[in-house]
Design a protein. Structure first.
Length: 83
């Protein structure tokens, strides 16, 4: 099962990336925060500080991922082709 489906590239996600060092991902609905953290840290070699999740009215699960200061979200966004 692919835990992380894709990153979101919206005005809000760009603003969060610049101001709070966060990225937003759409993830598999059944996964836990711990699963998301492990998947991100192993796949992209980043350090995750905190994850908040929510389920949208359309039934998708969003993960707001805050990275530690030594891992700039902009670097990962560039790697993923968001910037």
């Amino acid at each position: 099962m692919n835990i992380i489906k894709y990153p979101l590239s919206t005005e809000k996600s760009i603003r969060l990336m610049e101001s709070e060092n966060k990225l937003i991902f759409i993830v598999e609905r059944k996964v836990t925060k711990r699963d998301i953290k492990e998947a991100l840290e192993t796949k992209f070699k980043v350090k995750v500080q905190k994850i908040n999740t929510l389920i949208t009215p359309s039934g998708k699960k969003k993960a707001y991922v805050k990275f530690l200061p030594e891992t700039p979200a902009i670097d990962l966004a560039t790697k993923l082709g968001l910037m």
